[in-house]
Ligand binder design. Sequence first.
Ligand code: GLN
Length: 285
Amino acid sequence: MPKTYNEMYLEARKRLKAAGIREYSLEARIILSAAANKTREEFVRDAQLYAGTEYEEKVEGLVRRRLNGEPVAYITGDWEFYGMPLKVTKDVLIPRPDTEVLVSAALELLKGAGEARALDLCSGSGCIGLALAKELPSLRVVLADNSDEALKVCRMNILNSRLTQRVTCVKADVREAPPKLIGTFDIIVCNPPYIPSSDIEGLDHEVRDFEPREALDGGADGLEFYRHIASKWHKALRPGAFAAVECGMGQAQEVRNILAQKNFVYYKTAKDLQGIDRVVMAKLV
Ligand code: GLN
């Protein structure tokens, strides 16, 4: 029996729900419209049309991936962050709503700065730097990551968001000194890997088995990357510039100490929507 898009949607929705997926309706709609190369509005418009066997097979493959625990962002390759559509692949972390707090904090720090330069370290998809560039028309941004695959995703996102005039990307490892020609910045924003190595095994299956471990693992105590930022990356900042870093639950105090012990003075902390200290801001002395 041929099925309509809507019948297929209802079926997929039921299977996702039975598997305990919380956002089963939303995710079914996202997966089924992506499989049809339709926007969600087009999908609703065409709900009563017959979909065809090729589509049915495609959907079956995608739904199975989801039931196997793969996040919907990797299945469709699309994700939204700070109101911005982004491409994501398994080589980058899926941008989290918590990280939007870092964008807002940086925007606050850059208020009235005019023609400033921002460096997004451990950029992954480029979500933070791109959101800043989109919000601030005179900001120039460099996205830096040590993964070639992540940089490919950055390039795609720079192009798609039409920010090629002001956003570039460069290969750099936070654990090493800044590349010579990178110049100096008014702010470094960074969402480094911050999960203690021994906690990785205990993460949700969907995170642990699908998201890049090198984007999650922050070393023995989870704080390794903050130490590198504090001891090396002040060289890429002008005096008086800021570092704004995301951290995990319960890490803010230690992150403040790390930054204040070397080159920086503590400035401010911003909380996420759950009231957890999420972003530590420090100023270069
Ligand atoms: N916030 C992410 C998580 O909870 C971790 C991101 C990171 O290590 N930077 O999975």
